[in-house]
Design a protein around this ligand. Structure first.
Ligand code: P6P
Length: 325
């Protein structure tokens, strides 16, 4: 095993010359995620699973652990003098923190939380943008995804893993709990250009636009022709777990817009899910689009804007986009 595998996240930050204040914000996010990981591991015993009697801005019933994870991240970041604004999928409005802070942090505190009750994979997705000093606090989050200084997620699976990019490649670290350290386990990850695995909720077939249905038929027919290949399908119900599989072994993740009233612009949130995942994926040589535009170029118009997501192995993403034209 080469020396990379024993490089901690701490010395990765030092050797990558990440600006110290930005590094402190990332370390606080990750410290909060380690706390969340610990709570998840005994949530069933402590009766922390199940829902609370309230909904988030997207009209989704909140889980106890959505609320708790959100609070842990907010409490940690409010203490960091470099964090000016905080936005969360679980908060209606921007939380103002340190007035002189240079950064705006957005996160989905517990993506895929419906998996909690069945001990499925869930994760925290985060995005760090430069804080803008003019205008309304929301303005800092209405910047296109290519303005992100850092994006990452922590996947709470059999292992707790951190996947992160600062715009110069994507890296995977694995938590060594006894040492309370994240150790580098994959440097400069690369997504295969081709794939034979797609990630899609097939139960929505009747709601899809015709063009998207034609693309899915292409997948089910095995792409026909002399290159006949059959596709496999995986869908976990947590974007963070499905995207992680795509990053690790290739694939295409698909959540299109459809005819349902709440999904006419897609289901996934641009600021908290799509933009950070797009930065991570593009830094692995993959592609990330809505149904026609690069996700990183989309300027959000509201805090909880939703977008379609077609992301992963570049060749398959462009095959899908060709059907959508
Ligand atoms: P569906 C979780 O609620 C989420 O936002 C993503 O993590 C996940 O990919 C998607 O929704 C699952 O949606 O419609 O299959 O339940």
């Amino acid at each position: 095993m080469n020396s990379l595998h024993f490089k901690s996240f701490e010395n990765f930050l030092l050797s990558s010359a990440i600006e110290l204040d930005l590094a402190s914000v990332v370390k606080d996010i990750i410290a909060a995620c380690v706390d969340i990981s610990g709570i998840l591991s005994h949530s069933t015993i402590e009766g922390l699973t199940g829902s609370v009697d309230q909904q988030n801005s997207s009209g989704e019933t909140q889980k106890q652990l959505d609320v708790l994870s959100n609070q842990i991240l907010k409490d940690k970041l409010r203490l960091n003098k470099s964090v000016k604004f905080i936005a969360s999928e679980e908060e209606n409005n921007v939380v103002t923190a340190a007035p002189a802070g240079a950064y705006a942090v957005a996160f989905d505190p517990l993506d895929g939380s419906t998996n909690i009750d069945v001990n499925g994979a869930v994760g925290t997705i985060f995005s760090i943008l430069p804080a803008l000093n003019d205008g309304h606090p929301e303005a800092s989050f209405l910047q296109s995804g290519n303005h992100q200084l850092c994006a990452g997620y922590v996947l709470y699976g059999p292992a707790t893993q951190l996947v992160i990019t600062f715009g110069k490649g994507t890296y995977i670290f694995t938590l060594q709990a006894e040492a309370n350290m994240f150790m580098l386990t994959d440097a400069k990850v690369t997504i295969a250009k081709q794939t034979s695995e797609f990630s899609l909720n097939m139960a929505n077939t009747r709601y899809w636009k015709r063009e998207f249905g034609n693309y899915v038929q292409h997948l089910l027919d095995g792409s026909g022709g002399p290159r006949q290949k059959s596709y496999n399908m995986r869908w976990t119900g947590a974007m963070v777990a499905d995207i992680h599989r795509v990053i690790c072994r290739g694939g295409i993740f698909l959540y299109p817009s459809d005819k349902r009233e709440k999904v006419t612009s897609g289901k996934l949130r641009l600021i908290y899910e799509a933009s950070p995942m797009a930065l991570i994926i593009e830094n692995c040589g993959g592609s990330a689009f809505d149904e026609r535009t690069s996700l990183l170029s989309i300027v959000p118009t509201s805090l909880h804007q939703k977008v379609p997501v077609i992301a992963g192995s570049t060749n398959e993403v462009h095959t899908c986009l060709n059907y959508m034209e």
